[in-house]
Design a protein around this ligand. Sequence first.
Ligand code: SF4
Length: 434
Amino acid sequence: MQKVAVIVLGCPKNIVEAEYLLGILNDKGFKITNSVADADIAIIHTCSFIKKAQKESENTIRNILNVKKKTNLLVYVSGCLSQMLQDKMLKLFPDIDGFVGTGTLQKIPELILNKNFDKIFLPPGGFNNSKHRVLSSNIPSTYLKIAEGCQHRCSFCIIPSLRGNYESRTIESLVNEAKALSDHGVKELILIAQDTTGYGKDIYGIFALDKLLAKLAKLSNLKWIRLLYAYPSSVTSNLLDVFNEYKNICNYIDIPIQHISRNILSSMKRPLNTGKIIEKIKTKLPEIVLRTSVITGFPGETKEDVRELISFLNKGFFQYIGVFEYSNQNEAESSKLKGQIKNDIAKGRKIEIEKAQYEIFKSKIAKILYDKIDVLVESCVKEADKYRIKARSYFQSPEIDGNITLTQDKSLQVGNFYNSTLMSLKGYDINAKL
Ligand code: SF4
């Protein structure tokens, strides 16, 4: 049977989708390989939510097509770039063998078997095939995509046009998938969607993330349940209560605010009371660790707006921040706004905010040094006569919040939790000892 390599670009939601695709390819008898050189077919699952991601996707397609020139490799493209470009994809990459939109990913095996193109791009959407998912890594943590699409229309964002309106999965299907994952050895489940806090409104008529979390928390093998991509105005008191009720729900929320000045929030079409909502969360859950994302250089942003943002951040609500320079997407509403800002100014403001935030981060970690906490081991590598261990604590998301590092004489089991003492800080990594 033919060997297939799936190359995934972009966000964790794309990773989960690709794992579902691997599941149906497996069902159809294709052999999965993670080497393009060894493959008969390459599927590139793309991202295009900002210009940089779009460029990366296009370069990846070009590189794979170069392999095709020297081999009989069949090349298929899926994901957000495919949905965004549609027929223009063929003009840009005439040598590809097929491409599908975000709403028709599951059609790829059929396309390959029948050797024909797919012309169905609408409606945009997503794909979940919870029954057969092939995990792309064997680390003890993985993602659970609880919904597709988005009901918001932030002026800088093209995701709703690529992924459609909000579509929650049922609590039952999510709990079944979570159970299968925890039976498979997953210890940490990370909940993702474009807006996780909007979960359930479309199918149950109410925000139901608290109910989903309560069900998932009863799966005792799951030691950590983590919430990413919360949206300020759909954070409910019921949701915050759940954090106090279940020990295995990490005391951590990723909640992008994007900005704080009313002037900018208004032209971003985002909740003007974002600051109040963050204060409410920290009042109700003072110990909770918050991560956020902000954009610098949004059209019309003044020095005063940046000062307002930095003074809000200096209140210390957030332990971690991702700072992104505004990316002017032609397809986004904000590309038509006056007062577009030069990139170097946006970059300068990004550095200024990152510097201010690092001081806040340092002061927060200084307060917990010498505390004893459980850490989840993700890798253990022998170097000379020592073992270098990479782990994480409940307040660190994979790949974005730094790691806990340990160096010691004996090895530790990947996937196990160990009680450790936090000793010192190195950048965003924290050195610890057992
Ligand atoms: S919440 Fe806003 S930024 Fe996030 S996906 Fe939806 S429209 Fe885009």
